[in-house]
Design a protein around this ligand. Structure first.
Ligand code: PEP
Length: 255
């Protein structure tokens, strides 16, 4: 296993933050850091900010992502947005299966799989989120749970399609709580995910897939987390809204 063979990806998940005007301003601030970075930098913005973010990011290395997409291409699904709609706009990435979608909007492993397939079939790159609740960690079922989430989410995803998948390990108890997993805890579960990919596909696929850690990653702890062998990047919520903090994390991933 050689971490230097893999591509580091730092993605911001803005969640339900920033109006279009505010989004334009934050993209302008982040762009120079993305251009200097030795890693891929993505901003996953609210749907209504996509057009302005894509325009503001034009000509830079900053990629723009959405935070979800529906599994059908079109139809009677009020309030939803489809993968072809995102693709036609020029969106490159989409987060699928974020724990906030699973917890508050009834997302299941099965719908996460359907959304993942729809995104990949439409040429989007997927940031696929998995992770355990605190009670599940305390029960000692983190490894089985995360392996199962990974397996179900990737059902019928081909090895070629897997090249467009990033997996984000996000312990739910660490998201937006200020409680970060220790670097060793992050490393342990990211390795379990990599081993699961090897069982599902092969060693080459496992060695090359980018696995991120997410959960209160910030300017202070990024260095240690990103220094771990199996942590190839980060999915960052709160700290991605503060350009200076996000820049520090980008720099930590660029080393
Ligand atoms: C997230 O939204 O995926 C996340 C990790 O949030 P935070 O960094 O705020 O914990």
């Amino acid at each position: 296993m050689n971490k230097s063979l893999r591509h580091a990806v730092i993605a911001g998940n803005w969640k339900m933050n920033k109006t279009p005007d505010e989004a334009k301003s934050l993209v302008e601030q982040i762009k120079p850091y993305a251009d200097k970075a030795d890693c891929t930098v993505v901003a996953c913005v609210p749907y209504v900010d996509l057009a302005v973010a894509l325009e503001a990011a034009k000509g830079s290395k900053l990629s723009i992502g959405a935070q979800n997409c529906h599994f059908e291409a079109k139809g009677a699904f009020t309030g939803e947005i489809s993968a072809p709609m995102l693709k036609e706009m020029g969106v490159e990435y989409v987060i699928i299966g974020h724990s906030e979608r699973r917890t508050y909007f009834g997302e299941t492993d099965v719908t996460v799989n359907k959304r993942t397939l729809a995104a990949l079939e439409n040429g989007l790159k997927v940031i696929l989120c998995v992770g355990e609740y605190l009670e599940q960690r305390e029960q000692g079922i983190t490894s089985e749970l995360v392996a199962m989430q990974t397996k179900i989410a990737l059902l019928n995803v081909t090895k070629a399609q897997l090249e467009n998948v990033i997996i984000a390990y996000e312990p739910v108890w660490a998201i937006g709580t200020g409680k970060t997993a220790t670097a060793d805890q992050a490393e342990e579960v990211c390795k379990i995910i990599r081993d699961t990919i090897e069982k599902l596909y092969d060693k080459a696929a496992a060695d090359s897939i980018t696995i991120q850690y997410g959960g209160s990653m910030n300017a202070k702890n990024a260095d240690e987390l990103l220094g771990k062998e199996n942590v190839d990047g980060g999915l960052i919520g709160g700290a991605s809204l503060i350009a200076d903090d996000f820049a520090t994390i980008i720099n930590a991933a660029s080393k």
